[in-house]
Ligand binder design. Sequence first.
Ligand code: THU
Length: 154
Amino acid sequence: MERYEHTPAELVARAREAAAKAHAPYSGFSVGCAIEAEDGSIAIGSNMENACYRLGTCAEISALTSAQQEFGLDKIRRIAVAGGHIGAGGALTGEQTVLPCGGCRQAIAEARDLSGFDIEIIAASGDGGAISTHRISALLPASFGADNLDDAQD
Ligand code: THU
């Protein structure tokens, strides 16, 4: 049984705080992500949209690049995500849990492949009131990975 430094509620709180710094003027949907390392270190990120819509970055990718610098992708153990609308008081609102999109699942699977640890995903609603917990192996079964490239041309 894995032991964690932080409670799920603490990680969700960090993800919701991170969402407050999202740059999401086009969708109006702010997402925050908090990534916990094996030693309890936390890296955060939020989505960053662009006037050229397709260039937007998801909160999970933003947090993964921060984790890469802070402690390394192979140290990642848990990832909390929350998304919704920033309310008048500045806090994230919304009732539906937010799960990583397909592209972000692929990026999380890359981190999983580095360590062999089946990373836990904590999907939270914007208001933090609803939470569901998953493993990356369940969110992205039968994934494409580095091993497939063994069959690439030399
Ligand atoms: N978004 C994320 O940041 N993470 C996800 O897993 C799903 C979607 C962002 C992208 C875009 O800025 C906004 O949410 C609406 O799709």
